[in-house]
Design a protein. Structure first.
Length: 233
């Protein structure tokens, strides 16, 4: 019983420390995360909190891993409940909605890298699983009206690949796998990569307030980008 109580207390203390760290992140970015400041906010000493997190990097790893998992689960759930023809749009909208709800966590994983910090392998594994969700959503994209599943060639109802898109597909055939499970072909890799960069391009600019003062609704731009990706544009 005593061991179980200690474990519960340890877990509660770690979760409280991460909550304080996220508040610091929202206020000052990653540079503002300080184990000693977290300990003070919790009524502890710095050395006492270091018994729960061996270093600031270990705490950052927990925050980053939690964030990747949260986003990965959000995308997977959005795809799971959508009809096949709607999975791509559901995935894209879930990505933006998640980022808009918690911009600080979004920028923690997609913003400026933390100087001197090197993410451990488990964060890459979670990110790869999330990329698999994006690949699978892209593979269901077909004709915008019929919802026909997308195949590896232009027969899926989208525009034929341009010369440069075909060159990218050939190039990506030889770069190795980014995702667990079955290896996608180069055409699907190219589509998923362009999807990932284009969606995150709009989301990142939006989250950072770069559209402020331009007089338009970024959600309309995002929907137009989704539609262009669905049509193969």
């Amino acid at each position: 019983m005593a061991t179980a109580r200690r474990e519960r207390y340890r877990k509660q203390t770690r979760e409280e420390a991460k909550a304080v760290a996220l508040a610091q992140l929202a206020e000052s970015g990653t540079a503002g995360i300080s184990v000693n400041a977290i300990a003070k906010a919790m009524g502890m000493t710095g050395p006492a909190l270091y018994r729960y997190f061996a270093s600031r990097d270990e705490l950052l790893t927990e925050l980053i891993t939690d964030t990747y998992r949260d986003l990965a689960e959000t995308l997977a759930q959005a795809v799971a409940v959508a009809a096949p023809a709607d999975r791509f749009r559901a995935m894209a909208r879930a990505m933006r909605d998640w980022a808009k709800r918690q911009p600080d966590r979004y920028l923690l994983i997609y913003g400026t890298p933390v100087p001197g910090y090197h993410a451990p392998p488990e964060t890459a594994e979670i990110a790869a699983g999330m990329m698999r969700t994006i690949f699978d959503a892209c593979s269901t994209v077909g004709d915008a009206d019929s919802g026909t599943a997308r195949g590896a060639t232009a027969s899926h109802g989208q525009q034929p690949l341009t010369e440069l898109e075909a060159a990218l597909a050939r190039h990506l055939e030889g770069v190795g796998s980014w995702v667990p499970g079955e290896e996608p072909d180069g055409e699907l890799k190219g589509r998923a990569l362009r999807t990932w960069t284009r969606l995150h391009g709009v989301i990142s600019l939006d989250v950072q307030g770069q559209f402020t003062g331009m007089g338009f609704d970024p959600s309309v731009l995002f929907e137009a980008e989704i539609d262009a990706l669905v049509r193969g544009g």
